[in-house]
Design a protein around this ligand. Sequence first.
Ligand code: PLP
Length: 441
Amino acid sequence: MNTSFVSKRAPVYADVPDEKWNDWRWQLSHRLNTVEDIEKVLKLTDSEKKALQTQGLFRVDVTPYFISLIDPEDPDDPTRKQIIPVAEELNAFTAMMEDSLAEDRHSPVPGLVHRYPDRVLMLVTTQCASYCRYCTRSRIVGDPGQTFNRQEFEMQIEYLKNTPQVRDVLLSGGDPLVLAPKVLEELLTRLREIPHIEIIRIGSRVPVFMPMRVTQELCDLLAKFHPLWLNIHVNHSNEITKELAEAADRLTRAGIPLGNQSVLLAGVNDNVHIQRELVHNLVRIRVRPYYLYQCDLVEGAGHFRTPVAKGIEIMEGLRGHTSGYAVPQYIIDAPGGGGKIPVMPNYLLSMSDHKVILRNYEGYVTTYEEPTDYLPSDAAKFKGIKRPEPGQGGLTGLLEGESLFIKPDGFDELHNRGGGQHRLRDENKWKPLGIGSGETD
Ligand SMILES: *Cc1c(COP(=O)(O)O)cnc(C)c1O
């Protein structure tokens, strides 16, 4: 294994015995959250002190391991900005929303968000190993009074049992890997008893905040519940240490595919060079960049937001310039509950009947000739096939019990197949409809 990543420990912890430093319980019980604690590691700015002394701010807590990654001399250190609050958190922004993704509205039972057809998000705890200042769920996360709620859990399991279209359950929170091992095991056991749940996913920043938690014992526990996938959350290469590399190696050897979700953050990782270095170091530790999120409209996190153009510029600087494996998808989670929307530079310049005009990552423009004799693999279901004259639009036909929508400029499009709400009025006639016209009986 590549061991060129470094270990760090702030001078104040020099005398802590290794057995303690490497014990996640010690890390959790020695988290820092006051001006007095944190000043022992770094010199705080006035803005940071003001925020730390403000009542009612989103919870602060940092593991000794994670705070040690900060360069104490640098007030703009990218790790520092993620976990030490600043006075800007107190600013109110009109555009900010308490529950910006409308998760509460999409919850059939408390703590379960069912927004997409085949998968659900299950919020299993409000606790984390450390608290990210831009947390999307700062409205619920951090509250020590609400950790694992037995009654809600039973309601969630009941809903999942009764909802067979759910084949993928994503555990998040809070951070599922701070749950007591017994609780985590029971949770996973109960999910695995539901036959239609094909995959279980965990979203966790524990490997980043506290890699010592990723013991062999934990990996063995998780491996009992395969197929199980894990997404970690790294925003900057400085977070990729020897300890994280080793934790990722243990997880990967336990058969758990690893992905990374990062957030595009002003002053942390809002530039192509930082992002390129990040994704390169992630693939070196066998973590596949999954999503790069645009920062949500979260109260207290306005100072982290970047223009969307910045994200597009970063994607432009990754795709083609580096391994496809290293390129995440840039996502805007639609405010108001619309879900994740992928956004990328425009590579498709135009489309016509027979040609598609594209550009590559270098700006080179090219033409792709479309086939003229394409038949969809389910063409047998068509009652009649009529090929258009050149320039007269695409293939027309009638699908048994379903409608065929034809775009005026000749693209073949089958819409709402299986949904059943779209029907041709007169099934004996060829009736090209406008794309997505929504004609119903
Ligand atoms: C992000 C998310 C998922 C998972 O989305 P993928 O794109 O499949 O990773 C599922 N449910 C909710 C509510 C989510 O926010």
